[in-house]
Design a protein around this ligand. Structure first.
Ligand SMILES: Nc1ncnc2c1ncn2[C@@H]1O[C@H](COP(=O)(O)OP(=O)(O)OP(=O)(O)O)[C@@H](O)[C@H]1O
Ligand SMILES: [Mg+2]
Length: 149
């Protein structure tokens, strides 16, 4: 379902080419649970950004289901991302100006989930993480940042 073949990603620094990913070959089947391990700076986040379609690459092929990601234009790639990819970022990336409720709701707005369904999904998440009382707080407010958030 996820298949990377001979993936290279680099940056050019003057006459030097610095490889961020070098000849990565990887196959992940549906239902498989995979951890990527390596020292700091080895390229884990770079690889995840490629797999997660947040970032492109310079050489190689990437097949996701029946889509050839390497052939897609950025707009088509982001459509695929919206449909299939979920991401928990190392640095959270919560939106400071939005409340807890709105932060949870935002990706659903981008996915065009209709209002009533959205409300139900956000309510469910707030409930599951036991943060219903914090729905109107902002990420950096002391109330939102306390132990259960
Ligand atoms: N755009 C870029 N230009 C130059 N170097 C870059 C660029 N992006 C990433 N790097 C370098 O590529 C290497 C891989 O970075 P990456 O963040 O993927 O590592 P990581 O394995 O996720 O590390 P950590 O465990 O610290 O999160 C690092 O040395 C980083 O400085
Ligand atoms: Mg990282």
């Amino acid at each position: 379902m996820i298949q990377l073949q001979n993936i290279f990603k680099w940056v050019n620094n003057g006459a030097n080419r610095i490889f961020l990913l070098k000849d990565i070959n990887l196959e992940i089947k549906e239902g498989e649970f995979v951890s990527i391990m390596g020292p700091s700076g080895s390229g884990k986040s770079t690889l995840l950004n490629v797999i997660g379609m947040l970032d492109g690459f310079d050489e190689g092929t990437y097949n996701f289901f029946h889509e050839s990601v390497h052939k897609l234009k950025e707009k088509q790639r982001s459509q695929l991302y919206k449909q299939y990819i979920g991401f928990v970022f190392q640095a959270y990336h919560l939106i400071d100006e939005l409340t807890v409720y709105e932060n949870i709701e935002t990706p659903l707005l981008y996915k065009d989930v209709k209002s009533s369904e959205r409300k139900a999904m956000v309510a469910d998440i707030l409930d599951r993480f036991n943060i219903v009382g914090k729905r109107t707080c902002f990420p950096h407010s002391s109330a939102a940042a306390s132990s259960s958030w």
